[in-house]
Design a protein around this ligand. Structure first.
Ligand code: GUN
Ligand code: FE
Length: 433
């Protein structure tokens, strides 16, 4: 599947099937046996009957399949895909040193990167995700190669060359701030020509970025007006370490904010926020910083369980992330199920005042919630970019009658890439029949 060409697409067409999408976090719309219309890559809405004016245009009939908006992975590390499901025996900092950094160092070798990123891109294309915020490695060339592969697949993504210059091995560290700045600017210039894939500034996290590097990146952020992605308040030991490294910062997020890299005017997404303190949450809310909630990773690395209910009540912007290889799977269905399950454990064991998440809520987070990072993305309301995923659940056999709502619920728990039978991104069909 890796390098398959994007199919041609009509300017105006409809898809027919059992359509499910979120309007709000509490309002899941289910339209059985209905039509969703696309014109020039934009959704014109969902109709039970095809309007007269649309009858002359092609209709692709997906019969009894489910049709959902493309899902959004707000946080994933492409170079970590080879060791997914391995080495879950450490907490964050040890896990980075023992498993992650040695793997990421391999991407200095472009032949290795070529093989690994072919696999990653092919598997992402086959999943239910249509958009993603992706970390590469420190290597400019390997990151550009990843961007080329994603561009060819039709997936829309923000991709970052990682910046890091301390507390990491010699072979996975910027040589000095000057060369890091130059290399990063060169990477940005080289990646500005892509249509579907865009650069995002990616300081790895505060422990791996010196003040001087952050200052340089801040200048680059302003010069190119780039969005920003990083990690925040994931692990208690990490947070303590940031206090020691940045004694002047009022809280972890302030160490980004001091350099103008904590939202407020341009999109910023911070992964995890498992242990964010009140002052940090205040600034995230004020600056519209997105949270990428990564429940599977937070369980695997024993980081904890983020207080998602409280973030929702607070009106914070949020979506879901797989955080491979802290997470094992690119499946956003898996991320949704884990978000529900972890929230139940948190409710039972940590704080009974914060109700567990439900199906409507996690479906919203995986579609429209994370989609907002990309603009009008993640819904089938009129005016949204047309990202659609067709799900054939006929292999999940059952003797009883199930409603479309029940079938969607079951997809969240049992669905994976085997059920994805076609995918459209920005109106273009990128896989399937
Ligand atoms: N913090 C800094 N780097 C990483 C990473 O690669 N994965 C996770 N989960 N957290 C990080
Ligand atoms: Fe991560």
């Amino acid at each position: 599947m890796g390098n398959q060409n994007i199919y041609n697409y009509e300017e105006k067409y409809s898809l027919k099937g059992n359509i499910c999408y979120s309007k709000t976090i509490t309002e899941l719309c289910i339209a059985p046996d209905s039509y969703v219309i696309c014109e020039n890559g934009i959704c014109l809405g969902v109709y039970r009957e095809l309007p007269e004016s649309l009858r002359e245009f092609p209709c692709y009939d997906y019969k009894d399949s489910l049709i959902i908006p493309g899902l959004v992975d707000l946080h994933v590390h492409a170079p970590q895909y080879p060791f997914r499901g391995l080495g879950m025996d450490e907490e964050l900092i040890e896990w980075l040193n023992v498993h992650t950094f040695p793997e990421e160092a391999k991407y200095a070798d472009i032949t290795y990167a070529e093989k690994a990123y072919d696999i990653f891109t092919g598997d992402l294309l086959g999943s239910a995700a249509t958009r993603a915020c992706i970390f590469g490695t420190i290597h400019r060339q390997a990151t550009l190669l990843l961007m080329e592969k994603l561009e060819r697949s039709g997936i829309k993504a923000y991709v970052g060359k990682v910046n890091m210059d301390r507390n990491s091995p010699e072979n996975l560290r910027e040589r000095d701030v000057e060369s890091a700045g130059k290399d990063t600017e060169k990477w940005i210039e080289q990646s500005l020509g892509f249509q579907h894939v865009k650069p995002i500034l990616t300081p790895r996290f505060i422990p791996a970025c010196s003040d001087e590097l952050m200052r340089r990146l801040s200048d680059i952020q302003k010069k190119y007006e780039l969005p920003v992605q990083s990690h925040l308040s994931e692990n208690l030991g990490e947070i303590q370490w940031v206090r020691e490294l940045c004694p002047d910062a009022a809280f972890y997020g302030d160490a980004y904010d001091r350099y103008g890299m904590f939202g407020g005017g341009y999109p910023t997404v911070m992964a995890h926020c498992v242990h964010s303190e009140e002052a940090e949450i205040e600034v995230m809310k004020r600056n519209q910083v997105f949270i990428a909630h990564c429940p599977e990773s937070n369980a695997n690395l024993s980081s904890g369980i983020a207080p998602v209910r409280s973030y929702l009540e607070n009106g914070l912007q949020m979506g879901l992330g797989s955080d491979v290889a802290g997470g094992t799977s690119l499946s956003m269905f898996h991320a949704m199920a884990m978000a529900v399950q972890c929230s139940k454990l948190r409710w039972r064991l940590v704080d009974s005042s914060l109700a567990p998440l439900n199906i409507e809520e996690v479906f919203y987070l995986a579609s429209k919630g994370g989609g907002a990072f990309f603009g009008k993305v993640g819904s089938f309301e009129r005016g949204y970019e047309f990202d659609a995923v067709v799900l054939d659940d006929s292999t999940l056999r059952h003797p009883q009658k199930l409603s479309v709502r029940e079938r969607l619920e079951r997809m969240i728990y049992l669905g994976d890439d085997r059920h994805v039978s076609a995918k459209y991104i920005g109106g273009r069909k990128v896989m399937g029949l």
